[in-house]
Design a protein around this ligand. Structure first.
Ligand SMILES: *[C@@H]1O[C@H](CO)[C@@H](O)[C@H](O)[C@H]1NC(C)=O
Ligand SMILES: *[C@@H]1O[C@H](CO)[C@@H](O)[C@H](O)[C@H]1NC(C)=O
Ligand SMILES: *[C@@H]1O[C@H](CO)[C@@H](O)[C@H](O)[C@H]1NC(C)=O
Ligand SMILES: *[C@@H]1O[C@H](CO)[C@@H](O)[C@H](O)[C@H]1NC(C)=O
Ligand SMILES: *[C@@H]1O[C@H](CO)[C@@H](O)[C@H](O)[C@H]1NC(C)=O
Ligand SMILES: CC(=O)N[C@H]1CO[C@H](CO)[C@@H](O)[C@@H]1O
Length: 429
């Protein structure tokens, strides 16, 4: 008996030692990873997380994408501290001979940072000329490094996944999101209008919402990208630093949008960049496909199609309420069919806009515009389409008489009510 104890203690000690060294070795143990031992010539750890901190804690890598639209570069979507990160290097290792190619990254912090210290960033890595890398490592010095650093797989090297007509990018679901009824209504509206895929950058949601997401993932419409940004940065739920002086605004929304554009560049003909409480409603046409076919014929060189946002305050109900549906009453969330009064245009401030883009023509994306694109902007008139936005108002003082009754959403009432009820029944809510 007494002889086995020291052995046991030794085994436990060795186990603890191994776990501590492994833990501290891999970046504070902050990310889980899939270690894939590459061939011995190019060592490294293939990282498979959405957000990977580098050891400086000032640089966070999302994903690299091959961009061969102008010069063949590896474009890395990242988040960096706009002042403290001064240089970064991209290291490519050729698996056939172990040769490394190290190039200095151009660091482009996007202009719309809204005074937060951290911002969405594109790193441009010139590629090696004579071979085609599959992975890239980002490091802080031009010196070669023999440590096995994280390897990021370069995406968009080959067209992959099924091509769909329309993808909606939802950046970012946060704050234990539980607006289940409005979520299901938006999803069913997107489906009626022609969506092929909805990509959701998920930070947090309620257990009930989790069930709903599982349903749509199983249906094949929703793709979830985990977005645990609060593990690395102090995030603000507001868009401007002056409203909440944290590290980065709106849960890193702009970074998620840029990732979504590149992720869907060759998987989707068009990408819609709007929030889950927003629906781009075609007015002149029954669906997105016929609307975009017409707009594309009119404006073949366009990269971005803007839709004016109109707010339908969720505290204002329709008096003649035909859509107070009994089976929906115990589902948490807003019933958009009950809110058909929109706020008047705010003059002289122009209405905010959201957009449908051709992802192959966009270079840098922000929330209300593309910051760089190979193509023009089109401002779609209200009678062709607009953005229905149902949420809490920012102007509660507006008198009821100033609101405009606008029931154009109701055109879809028959399919929407039927499809939403069917889904709620299938999820067994
Ligand atoms: C990384 O994640 C993707 C999607 O979740 C999966 O398809 C792929 O197999 C993963 N790769 C590794 C190396 O785990
Ligand atoms: C990075 O952050 C972790 C914890 O958040 C801390 O332990 C570590 O010292 C930091 N590293 C640097 C270089 O600041
Ligand atoms: C492409 O590369 C050339 C030569 O290196 C450079 O002059 C040019 O500015 C680059 N174009 C873009 C769009 O980066
Ligand atoms: C919907 O109908 C129920 C039952 O008639 C009523 O209690 C509830 O106030 C109605 N809700 C709205 C928003 O009108
Ligand atoms: C619901 O849609 C149908 C068919 O489009 C339409 O005839 C009906 O008027 C709509 N209901 C309301 C209340 O607008
Ligand atoms: C996805 C789905 O179920 N769509 C249905 C919505 O409702 C219309 C009209 O009832 C059906 O034709 C669709 O198939």
């Amino acid at each position: 008996m007494s002889g086995t104890k020291p052995n046991l203690i030794a085994v436990v000690c060795i186990a603890i030692f191994i776990s501590i060294t492994t833990y501290s070795y891999f970046y504070n143990g902050k990310f889980s990873f899939m270690p894939v031992v590459k061939n011995s010539l190019c060592r490294g750890i293939v990282v498979n997380d959405t957000i990977t901190p580098l050891r400086d804690n000032r640089t966070f890598i999302i994903a690299p994408y091959l961009d061969n639209r102008k010069n063949r570069t590896t474009r890395v979507i990242a988040i960096v501290h706009h002042k403290e990160v001064k240089e970064l290097y991209c290291r490519f290792c050729n698996p056939s001979n172990g040769e490394t190619h190290i190039s200095k990254a151009e660091i482009h912090v996007l202009s719309e940072r809204f005074e937060f210290p951290y911002g969405a960033t594109h790193l441009h890595c010139p590629q090696p000329e004579h071979w085609d890398p599959h992975y890239v490592t980002i490091q802080w010095s031009p010196k070669d490094n023999t440590d096995p650093l994280p390897l990021f797989e370069i995406r968009n090297r080959e067209p992959g996944g099924s091509l769909v007509e329309f993808t909606v990018c939802i950046s970012t679901m946060f704050g234990e999101y539980n607006n289940v009824l409005q979520f299901v209504q938006s999803m069913e509206m997107y489906k009626i209008l022609g969506v092929g895929r909805v990509v959701i950058y998920k930070n947090s949601c309620s257990p009930l919402m989790e069930k709903v997401l599982d349903f749509y993932v199983a249906e094949g419409i929703v793709e979830i990208i985990l977005w645990p940004i609060e593990l690395y940065l102090n995030v603000s739920p507001h868009w401007h630093h002056s409203m909440d002086p944290k590290d980065i605004g709106y849960y890193g929304q702009i970074t998620a949008l840029n990732d979504c554009v590149y992720r869907n560049m060759y998987r989707s003909k068009y990408v819609l960049l709007n929030d889950i409480d927003e629906i781009i409603l075609p007015i002149k046409y029954p669906d997105w496909k016929s609307m975009m076919q017409n707009l594309k014929t009119q404006y073949p060189m366009a990269a971005v199609f803007f839709f004016e946002s109109h707010l339908f305050p969720e505290h204002v109900f329709t008096p003649d309420d035909p859509f107070n549906i009994s089976s929906w009453r115990n589902i948490p969330g807003t019933n958009i069919l009950q809110h058909v009064f929109r706020e008047p245009d705010k003059n002289p401030i122009e209405n905010p806009r959201k957009m449908i883009i051709d992802p192959r023509k966009v270079i840098q994306q922000s929330v209300h515009k593309a910051l760089q694109a190979y193509g023009s902007n089109v401002f779609v008139p209200m009678n062709v389409g607009f953005l229905f936005h149902c949420r809490a108002t920012k102007q509660p003082q507006l008198p009821r008489e100033s609101l405009i009754r606008d029931i154009r959403l109701w055109r879809y009432n028959v399919s929407l009510v039927g499809n939403v009820s069917k889904v709620l029944h299938q999820i067994a809510l």
